[in-house]
Design a protein around this ligand. Structure first.
Ligand code: ATP
Length: 299
């Protein structure tokens, strides 16, 4: 069952086209990663899903409802964490957690205490005194304490230290095990790589790639370093081979997933001594699109 369905979503800010026909589908029980360069349209998409912004065209459904029309009912069933959390300055962190939790149908006290402990959070201080990371903890605990079906997280770990980021990862894994759905927008690619079942990359208001990490990797190149007994020749002329650097008996290159077998056969003629290969990281995939955008805007 789809928890989020977006088809051909278009959004203008005045004359600026922020979303240009976005398609996205998030299934129940999955952690879905939403990544893209600054200004690509992530926050705009999430704000439309939350009913905070009105779309210009396209279809959007969240938990079977229309986020604009059914906002009140839907917000009892979902929790949202923004990347820049603003809080009521004179309330304590604990009061804000309870307030937000009650809006979503009540707070389980033992779960709240457990999260406060795990995030090493002091809930007694007024929110105006909290650092960015501590404000982020308030929003995260308030979200995680609620028994909702869907979590929409927009850069949720901005300002958290690595230890707390690890706690966040554990919490998301638990939420997933409980069958809940998570849409996670993040710039921390290691986080997305570790947590997400499927990923969409958005660039300039359009989804440019979607799939599991394994599927996305399949679309791209593997980097190979090889040391041979005899200097390799003819490598750069082979189809599917890119960025070849040959230095005596050492060669480095990248190769399309579909061309590996032929390239390996070719290399054995030069007597392979050492060979290492690395799959593209999510960062490689992301940078390719990022560079694409920079190239376009430089033109
Ligand atoms: P970031 O990673 O920097 O948060 P993002 O992917 O969330 O970026 P959006 O904030 O959705 O990107 O912005 C998408 C586009 O819409 C950008 O070109 C941005 O300049 C534009 N935009 C966003 N908000 C507004 C606004 N209120 N008025 C005008 N233009 C806007």
């Amino acid at each position: 069952m789809s928890v989020i369905q977006i088809q051909n979503l278009t959004k203008y800010y005045g004359k600026t086209l922020a979303l240009d026909g976005v398609d996205l589908e998030v299934e129940q029980g999955e952690v879905f990663g939403f990544i893209g360069p600054n200004g690509a349209g992530k926050t705009t998409t999430l704000r439309i899903l939350l009913g905070l912004l009105r779309k210009n065209a396209g279809k959007v459904s969240v938990l079977g409802g229309d986020p604009w029309r059914d906002a009140v009912a839907l917000h009892r069933r979902l929790a949202y964490v923004p990347g820049d959390v603003s809080l009521w300055p004179s309330l304590s962190g604990g009061e804000v957690i309870d307030l937000l939790g009650r809006l979503r149908g009540g707070v389980d006290q033992s779960r709240r205490d457990e999260l406060v402990e795990r995030f090493k959070f002091d809930p007694t201080k007024p929110c105006r005194t909290y650092s960015t990371g501590n404000r982020q903890k308030v929003a995260l605990i308030a979200a995680l304490v609620s028994d909702v079906e869907l979590f929409i997280l927009d850069e949720p770990t901005l300002g958290l230290d690595p230890l707390m980021e690890a706690v966040f990862r554990d919490c998301v894994a638990e939420v997933k095990r409980a069958g809940k759905t998570v849409l996670l927008s993040s710039h921390i690619l290691a986080e997305v790589e570790a947590l997400c079942d499927r990923i969409s990359i958005i660039n300039a208001g359009t989804i440019v790639e979607s799939g599991t990490l394994a599927e996305l990797r399949h679309l791209t190149r593997i980097s190979v370093s090889v040391e041979t007994a005899h200097p390799v020749t003819g490598l750069s002329e082979m189809p599917g081979v890119h960025n070849t650097r040959v230095d005596g008996t050492r060669a480095h290159f990248s190769v399309d997933a579909g061309a590996i077998n032929r390239v390996m056969e070719h290399l054995t003629r030069f007597d392979v001594l050492v060979l290492t290969s690395a799959p593209p990281t999510l960062e490689d995939l992301f940078l390719r699109h990022y560079e694409l955008q920079r190239g376009e805007s430089a033109r």
